[in-house]
Design a protein around this ligand. Sequence first.
Ligand code: NZQ
Ligand code: ZN
Length: 403
Amino acid sequence: MNNFQYYNPVRIVFGEGQIEQLSDLVPTDARVLITYGGGSAQRTGTLDEVKDALSASGNRTVFEFGGIEPNPEFVTLLKAADMVNEHNIDFLLAVGGGSVIDGSKFVALVASLTEEDGTVSRDQAWDALTSYCRNIDSAVDLGAVLTIPATGSEMNSGGVVNYSERQAKLPFGNPLAFPKFSILDPTKTLTLPERQVMNGVADAFVHVMEQYLTYPVNAKVQDAFAESLLKILIEEGPAVKKDPENMETRKNIMWTATMALNGLIGTGVPQDWTTHMVGHELTSLHAIDHARTLTIVLPSVMRELKESKKEKLLQYARNVWNLTDTDQDDDTIIETAIVNTENFFRELGLPVSLEDVDLDNAAIDPIIKQLEAHNMVKLGEHGKNDLDVSRRILDRAVTSKAS
Ligand code: NZQ
Ligand code: ZN
């Protein structure tokens, strides 16, 4: 196991009815900006519940900013950041999924990057984003009410912002962006369309894979934990599809998705975020849902990098898919594990090839160009996944081998 520091200050408040805890969690004299997405928080009544909880005690002043898009838009977020300054906001409360929480983290980080007229500087905010927001040293406090289990944003300090004008979807991370708390009420997920539930299961699955599927460093805790999370998702994904009202399933999916990307399984181990980085370009060029880009790319990453990931692929086959037939050769075992992974995604109604989303070979060149423009040229646990490797991954992704 490699050396590591593990730090996670996020208070998780889990369970039905826990939104009422906001009256204790948000400072009583705060000037709060509630941020939310395209309307689901209003439609489902969650926004009203949040406002009721905030007014149940104390002397808070509450403002609202709605309209944060899935794959949150840079330009929209700067409007929210201007609102933070205009109203002297000192607490951001994100109500939504990864997009709203990520977007609010970005707002929290860039709000102080102002021009002389007091508005947030587009140039400074863009510079900050292109350097992962690493150098920002102050941020507005932030809390979250999670409405879709998927990204883990509720318990990590990262995010992803989309800037359509520049065809860029870029990640950032800064310890100041850790939420002070996140409320996880699994009953809030009951209003999600099936597509979003399945996306969430797949996103969490791929988060675990990107921290697990590298090379062994004898990190037994991280490996066993990762394998358990994968097995839970393989069980609960189809279960929630079959029986969406089952609250026990909803609870387990919600907590699994949080644990998949709160830093714990990624400590002290190599990581490979190739699937995500290639996936981000697919979202920005073709508006494909984040999770669906991942289920398209991951099987090809597994096949293309089979040699360098061989030991972990065999471990994955053995411990996650129970492929223990010692008469089979390594290649057969690995290919079976990959096909099982594809079939799992397919069972959830997710694409596993470019063809599944009506793209073909012609889509590859523009993706490679964007990866180059975003300096995604040394991906993977060895930093060896250059543009040629990404091209071969995409070549493999055109058609699926799965039945
Ligand atoms: O916008 P509204 O109207 O709220 O609708 C949303 C949106 O259309 C809807 N929704 C959310 N909760 C709902 C609901 N509909 C009904 N009932 C509810 N309870 O679901 C749609 C998708 O929401 P979104 O927030 O976009 O989904 P998700 O949580 O999957 O977030 C995706 C974003 O997170 C980033 C992705 O790149 C993408 O931009 N990621 C963030 C990460 C992180 N911070 O660590 C890691 C991930 O890899 C990921 O990259
Ligand atoms: Zn993801």
